[in-house]
Design a protein around this ligand. Structure first.
Ligand SMILES: Cc1cc2nc3c(=O)[nH]c(=O)nc-3n(C[C@H](O)[C@H](O)[C@H](O)COP(=O)(O)O)c2cc1C
Length: 237
């Protein structure tokens, strides 16, 4: 399997740096080919210009995505989302005709997106660390449930471009990661990396499978009647 790790952290000696090194070594030891886009080391340009067309830096990233069977996005949670450098990677690499603006629009089909698209057939997984504690991100936690905070990335970026999205690998309360907890985290991460191909993805509904009105793209009335919110876009809840 070919694995691309898109990695955003400014300090290679951080927890994220250590986890990234562990992931690369573990995947390679299992016989997989790994490429890492280390965005800070690459001095990735974050801002999309007016009328920008993909230059060599963007094309290289698009080629890596096409090469990959699985893409891991690894980052510390900063202000409840990915660091700006990674958002800038998405803004520029997901260019028109690659990340969006694909496929025909008709009464049955509204472009190739949400389950279809350039990256269909690939798998993606987020690897995220948080300073906040696990209960802070639980169903009634003050930060909001982690699956809802990550929904725009999972659904709006990864699934939008066609990838199947695996449940995230999360490490909470990073200030309390000592040697023992780091060892446990690596063990768990190793298990997750060993099952990248077999694990069940998050069951998002495909846009073009008949669940949505076209062109309103609202979930049809008879599906999950009366329900609202992000969860309705999951086929099983
Ligand atoms: C700019 C910034 C914003 C942060 N925002 C959040 C946040 O929204 N939620 C949270 O739980 N932790 C937040 N943190 C804490 C980081 O998630 C935490 O320090 C990181 O995951 C630890 O991993 P590292 O040692 O590899 O950096 C933030 C840290 C920084 C520097």
């Amino acid at each position: 399997m070919n694995v691309l790790i898109v990695y955003a952290h400014p300090d290679s000696r951080s927890l994220n740096g250590a986890l990234k090194d562990y992931a690369v070594a573990h995947l390679q030891a299992a016989g997989h080919a790994v490429q890492v886009s280390d965005l800070y080391a690459m001095e990735w340009k974050t801002t999309l210009e007016a009328n920008e067309t993909p230059g060599p830096d963007v094309q290289r990233e698009q080629e890596k995505l096409l090469w990959a069977d699985t893409v891991i996005f690894q980052f510390p949670l900063w202000w409840f989302t990915m660091p700006a450098i990674m958002k800038g990677w998405v803004d520029r690499v997901y260019s028109y005709g690659f990340g969006y603006g694909i496929g025909e629009h008709s009464d049955q089909r509204w472009g190739d997106r949400y389950g279809d698209g350039t990256l269909a057939g690939k798998r993606a997984m987020l690897m995220v660390t948080t300073g906040g504690w696990e209960p802070h991100y639980s169903a009634r936690g003050i930060n909001g449930p982690i699956e809802q905070l990550l929904f725009p990335i999972h659904h709006g970026i990864l699934y939008y471009s066609g990838m199947q999205v695996l449940p995230p690998f999360l490490i909470y309360r990073t200030s309390r990661v000592d040697q023992a907890r780091f060892a446990d985290a690596c063990e768990e991460l190793g298990r997750r990396l060993d099952t990248l191909q077999a694990a069940a993805p998050i069951p998002f509904r495909r846009q073009n499978d008949g669940d949505y009105e076209i062109p309103a793209l609202t979930l049809k009335e008879h599906i999950a009647p009366g329900a609202t919110g992000m969860e309705i876009h999951l086929a099983e809840q």
